[in-house]
Design a protein around this ligand. Structure first.
Ligand code: ZN
Length: 150
């Protein structure tokens, strides 16, 4: 278990130090600003949504390693996904943060590095750090006309 924790810590630090998809788009994108006042994390997420798919995602912001690593992992994971699959992933992630056993779903979804955030659920104060980027993504796609509100 402790070697797994070590591995996860390394994955998180790698995303923090070398964030994927950091930046902004020059042209139109869905822009969502969100912050987590309890830790001081803030993020601006930019999404490109075409034909019901998240075709691209970028983010800027600053905050703790968990919040930034989570944004990096999230943008990587949802790129190219249909909106409903991205939302499903957000749902699985949020249940993982509540400490639910989502092992089977994780395997099915191929969340990749996101699994490294699993241990965060043991630290309630950090859960909001980990879910910040996901909440921004959910808000962004739900503002899209493609989204079925039913
Ligand atoms: Zn934080």
């Amino acid at each position: 278990m402790s070697s797994l924790d070590d591995l996860y810590r390394r994955v998180i630090m790698d995303h923090y130090q070398n964030p994927r998809n950091k930046g902004s788009f020059d042209d139109d994108a869905v822009i969502i600003n969100m912050n987590n006042p309890t830790c001081g994390d803030r993020i601006q997420l930019q999404l490109k949504i075409d034909n019901g798919k998240v075709s691209d995602a970028r983010f800027t912001g600053e905050g703790c390693s968990i919040s930034m690593a989570s944004a990096s992992m999230m943008t990587d994971a949802i790129k190219g996904l249909p909106v409903d699959e991205a939302l499903n992933m957000a749902d699985v992630f949020s249940r993982m943060m509540q400490g639910e056993d989502v092992e089977d779903e994780l395997e099915e979804l191929d969340l990749g590095d996101i699994e490294a955030l699993q241990g965060v659920c043991k630290f309630p104060a950090r859960i909001k750090c980990a879910t910040l980027a996901w909440k921004a993504m959910k808000k962004g796609v739900s503002e899209q006309p493609y989204h079925d509100k039913a």
